[in-house]
Design a protein around this ligand. Structure first.
Ligand code: SF4
Ligand code: FE
Length: 480
């Protein structure tokens, strides 16, 4: 089997039995749970579109290991063109789902570990890269979804991993055996964790001497004993159960489902360990992963912005104001911001370069700027969409009231606007804007792929201020 369909992906999840908790209860049927199913539907699109003639070129690739046609989410980038295609694929998927399809995290983790494991082997004579290649072949052959697990819980943020009073605040080795390692800790905000086949763990920060036990990377099946998942609440998530219409984007959800993933003494077999103590490679791995994941955001959020713009423009028509100059100007501004996001992701991809392993990585500065723009522009796009939508998107009655035998006709009469636009359509569009521009949808744009300060650190680190000073000194005719 090379490429799964969405249905085959969903069926394959039924064979996994990870312990997942939500709202104080253990979920027995993950695939059909209303809080989780929308995220599974979104991830399933990454499978279905690989078979769709319209999208197949974007969503599939040729494996550099086997020559087989594979899903692009399991591919190792072989060129700048691959990197550009990735961004186009993400925008297309976001336009279709208006949500997060979660699979990019494992995709980026695989590319980052691929390049880093090669570099560790070059320096230390280890055999991590060969092990990783075996894992990669398994992922490609079975078209698996992986969860890239980077973010540790961090405990006291003022202390480094080795200084924490509770060492479990960073995932670490608690036992070394001949045939593998035992690890303990947790990874937080893990997008797509509960509906992935594999968990790929990586360090979350730079590490130093004495912190060897934290310098680990490995992959384990998602239902490995000792893994426990606690699924996070989302804004208005009870609406997923109460009413499809009130949920706004009922099929795919507002954003990806995240979980706290606990590693309670998890055994990792030796052949699945890709870094074990080489602390000086922790930061290079973090940097590679972060750059690849930040590359995504102009494609991913550019596509979500397209949906927000489309919803705002449609609602303006429903409300009879689509020809007003200020409405057109706000829509223009939203398009300008969305395309600026996209430009940056395309640019960091086009300016990509090969790593020593042969895989291709993005321009790190431009990738960080791409994500940094998202922390601002999506808020502005959301603000303009809310401005255009009007207050009703936050105050309107529920779907149950719309359908109520006594008050339903009032809701229909008083929620309708321009002729030909039924109240229900106006309400659906308002709810879609509400779900795309409030709560977790915005927080994800701020903190997903790293908080703004993480980007600013990398931007300044790579800015080479000394060379910029020299430019100024030369023109000012100052000898320094
Ligand atoms: Fe992919 Fe992250 Fe965007 Fe989700 S938020 S679709 S994982 S880039
Ligand atoms: Fe994200």
């Amino acid at each position: 089997m090379a490429m799964k369909t969405g249905e085959q992906y969903i069926q394959s999840l039924k064979e996994l039995k990870p312990p997942v908790y939500f709202m104080g209860e253990k979920i027995e049927n993950l695939v059909d749970h209303p809080a989780i199913r929308p995220h599974i539907n979104a991830a399933a699109e990454t499978y279905d579109l690989a078979h769709d003639p319209q999208f197949a070129e974007l969503v599939s690739a040729r494996s550099h290991l086997t020559g087989e046609r594979i899903n692009r989410f399991t591919h190792i980038h072989q060129s700048a063109e691959d990197l550009v295609t990735k961004v186009k694929m993400l925008r297309a998927l976001s336009q279709r789902t208006g949500s997060c399809y979660q699979r990019c995290v494992g995709f980026d983790a695989m590319n980052a570990v691929y390049a880093t494991s090669y570099e560790i082997d070059q320096k230390h004579g280890t055999e991590y890269h060969g092990r990783f290649l075996e894992f990669l072949k398994h992922v490609q052959a079975n078209d698996l979804m992986s969860c890239g697990a980077m973010t540790d819980t961090k405990g006291d943020r003022g202390l480094s991993p080795g200084q924490q009073p509770d060492p479990d605040q960073y995932l670490h080795i608690v036992e070394r055996r001949k045939n593998g390692i035992v690890v303990r800790g947790a990874k937080t905000h893990q997008t797509g964790a509960v509906n992935s086949h594999e968990i790929i763990a990586m360090p979350t920060t730079a590490l130093g001497p004495g912190e060897e036990d934290y310098a680990i990377s490995f992959a384990v099946p998602a239902d490995t004993p000792g893994l426990v998942y606690i699924f996070g609440r989302q804004t208005n998530d009870s609406r997923k159960i109460e009413s499809a219409m009130d949920a706004g984007n009922p099929r795919y959800g507002a954003v990806g489902g995240e979980a706290l993933v606990v590693f309670d003494n998890v055994f990792v077999p030796r052949e699945r360990v890709f870094m074990c103590g080489e602390y000086e490679f922790a930061y290079p791995l973090v940097e590679k992963f972060a750059a690849l994941h930040r590359q995504n955001y102009g494609g991913c959020k550019g596509g979500v912005a397209d949906v927000i713009i489309g919803a705002a423009a449609t609602l303006a028509e429903y409300q009879g104001v689509s020809r007003a100059a200020h409405v057109r100007d706000k829509l223009t501004e939203m398009v300008h911001l969305a395309e600026t996001l996209y430009c940056c992701s395309i640019a960091c991809s086009s300016e990509g370069s090969p790593t020593p392993s042969g895989s291709w990585g993005v321009d790190t500065t431009l990738a960080n700027i791409s994500k940094h723009n998202v922390t601002r522009f999506i808020y502005e796009i959301a603000r303009l969409a809310q401005d255009l939508a009007g207050g009703f998107m936050a105050t309107m009655p529920s779907e149950r009231d719309l359908r109520h035998p006594e008050v339903g006709e009032y809701v229909q009469k008083y929620l309708q606007a321009a002729a030909g636009a039924p109240a229900e359509h106006r309400m659906r569009m308002g709810r879609l804007i509400e779900s795309l521009t409030t709560g977790i949808a915005l927080v994800e744009s701020m903190h997903g792929a790293g908080s703004p300060q993480a980007q600013r650190v990398m931007i300044l680190r790579q800015a080479d201020l000394e060379s910029k000073k020299k430019l100024a000194l030369r023109l000012a005719r100052i000898d320094a």
